[in-house]
Design a protein around this ligand. Structure first.
Ligand SMILES: Cc1cc2nc3c(=O)[nH]c(=O)nc-3n(C[C@H](O)[C@H](O)[C@H](O)COP(=O)(O)OP(=O)(O)OC[C@H]3O[C@@H](n4cnc5c(N)ncnc54)[C@H](O)[C@@H]3O)c2cc1C
Length: 385
């Protein structure tokens, strides 16, 4: 068994763990990141890379704004290409109740200077001419929202962390955590013992397993989410704007955006139970084809089939879990992003760095503490796609 030490051990090498390691290393903290498989191998590499500010909760908007700004400047800090594009988000609305909710969300966004607005169906069709308007009553357009490459983000943060002295261990899972007198003593993997006083749990849908090792209940459940890529649009592309936004049909949850001349399409399948299974389900493709034919008629001429399945890291109120455990001491956590982890990772790296160093983060994250479930102060996020 190899022996080493670190001031902080980050557990999990997805985009969140990599961002935390980068921000800590940048602040001259001696940090080791432990990843059981490969960097980005969990949910991060399965994500669509959407970065939006459309949330019903001010805190989520502030975190998203901070993160989008970080992705905009990613080629300078940490210094990596993330294929950042500002193509906006377009939410298609079919029901009066949803329209009322999105009108409130637009008010929240506008408070922060975000130029989103409710638009007519006619205007939505100009922004995205692929849409069938059947049953739509309005849309929310948020032109400053963006997208990035999740793989680029995790690699950029990991390389940036390494350049600043962080140690990154891959192919070794954390199996045990030594605790003595309410304090962390060491993190044990298959091959090594890392003495440390501080851990950060950033293991995505596997975070509850790490929580159990220190007696902390982390309420995160994995839900399978699939994405398919269509065949290239070819001639169908002509006449379409280069900057087609990420488009979401809110009532069916169908979402799509262009990717390399084709379309990346998915929806949230309510028939899926919580679990770690990521095999692709033919019933999903059938339902997807039905929804796509209705809302994106062009897909009748495109083959669909290639794709993948990953796991959404869902918390009970669809808000992230970010904070420090009451006991044992120096156990921090950043998980349960409920499908927003890529979007929130840059800001979360800053926040966890500040919590580790006893500094005030740029927002008050106490509402995101795990304790909110015991204290019945959950805050349900309604803009979940
Ligand atoms: C289909 C799909 C589409 C999505 N689209 C978007 C999107 O458009 N925008 C967005 O913001 N988010 C999206 N998400 C959500 C996003 O992928 C996650 O919120 C985000 O990747 C979470 O990052 P993470 O670092 O917390 O977790 P992960 O990327 O899952 O990383 C956790 C890591 O911990 C490691 N680990 C587990 N156990 C151990 C252990 N014992 N020891 C050491 N390491 C361990 C795992 O191997 C894994 O690499 C999507 C998700 C899916 C599935």
């Amino acid at each position: 068994m190899q022996e080493s030490s670190a001031e902080v051990v980050v557990i999990g090498g997805g985009v969140v763990g990599a961002s935390i390691a980068f921000h800590l290393a940048e602040a001259d903290v001696d940090v080791t990141l432990v990843e059981k498989s490969e960097l980005g191998a969990g949910s991060t590499s399965k994500a669509a890379g959407g970065l939006r500010t459309i949330f019903s909760d001010d805190l989520n908007i502030e975190i998203a704004l901070r993160s989008i700004e970080a992705y905009r400047n990613f080629s300078l800090r940490p210094g990596h290409d993330v294929d950042f594009k500002v193509h906006g988000y377009l939410i298609l609305i079919s029901k009066e109740d949803d329209l009322k909710n999105f009108q409130e969300i637009v008010k929240c966004q506008n408070k922060f200077g975000i130029s989103s607005r409710i638009i007519s169906v006619e205007e939505a069709l100009i922004i995205n001419p692929m849409i069938s308007p059947d049953g739509l009553i309005a849309a929310l357009y948020s032109p400053q929202d963006a997208q990035c490459s999740p793989e680029g983000a995790v690699m950029g943060y990991a390389q940036g962390a390494r350049r600043r002295g962080a140690k990154i261990i891959q192919g070794e899972g954390v199996r045990e955590i030594e605790i003595a007198a309410e304090s962390i003593g060491a993190v044990i993997t298959e091959r090594r013992r890392i003495s440390t006083s501080t851990i950060v749990i950033a293991a995505g849908v596997w975070s509850p397993q790490i929580g159990e090792m220190v007696g902390l209940t982390i309420p995160v459940l994995p839900y399978k989410r699939e994405i398919v890529i269509t065949d290239p649009l070819g001639q169908h592309w002509s006449g379409l704007p280069e900057t087609l936004p990420m488009t979401i049909d809110f009532s069916s949850t169908l979402s799509w955006r262009p990717e390399g001349g084709a379309l990346l399409i998915g929806f949230s399948d309510e028939r899926v139970d919580a679990g770690f299974d990521t095999t692709r389900d033919p019933r999903y493709i059938e339902k997807l084809a039905e929804l796509a034919l209705h809302r994106i008629p062009i897909t009748s001429e495109l083959g669909i089939g290639k794709g993948w399945a990953g796991l959404y890291d869902t918390s009970p109120d669809n808000n992230a879990l970010i904070g420090e455990a009451r006991s044992p001491r120096r156990v921090l956590y950043a998980t349960g992003f409920s499908g927003h982890g890529v979007m929130q990772a840059p800001a979360v790296g800053e926040i966890i760095r500040d919590l580790c160093l006893g500094q005030q983060p740029f927002v008050d994250t106490s509402p995101l503490s795990i304790d909110r479930f015991k204290e019945e102060r959950t805050r349900r996020e309604s803009a979940v796609f």
